[in-house]
Design a protein around this ligand. Sequence first.
Ligand SMILES: [Zn+2]
Length: 149
Amino acid sequence: MRCPKCSSSDTRVIDSRGSRADASIRRRRECTECGYRFTTVEEVLRESLRVIKRDATREDFSRDKLFRSVRKAIEGRPVDLEQVEMMLADLVDQLEREFGFEIPTRAIGEEIMNRLRRVDQMAFVRFAIAYKDIEDIAELDRELEWIRS
Ligand SMILES: [Zn+2]
């Protein structure tokens, strides 16, 4: 791994931490040339993974798309992006074990809400509104009821 600052290839790992399900590993590295410290996240690339949409059509799984939808929900909230990366890696790993190579988007959305709810409730509400296409106040009220429970 090259140092992003001085491009030296002489870097060493000073700390590594795995996610809960070991779906990804975070490494803290230090450049032995200039002393610069940076973090890398290592995870399995899932090229064959697909999602089943609500209308039953299939689509290639997009990690970026997933990440963007959650990033939107946590915008301005005290949630660490790295924590989100780890959460998503863990979540995809869990759903793959449960569903195999084709995962319903519904299951992905529900699982994100489950986890986001524990991380930041405002982010959870934002995600729920965007994901569920909540149209009326009564429905939003039911979602909020769920948070309070
Ligand atoms: Zn360096």
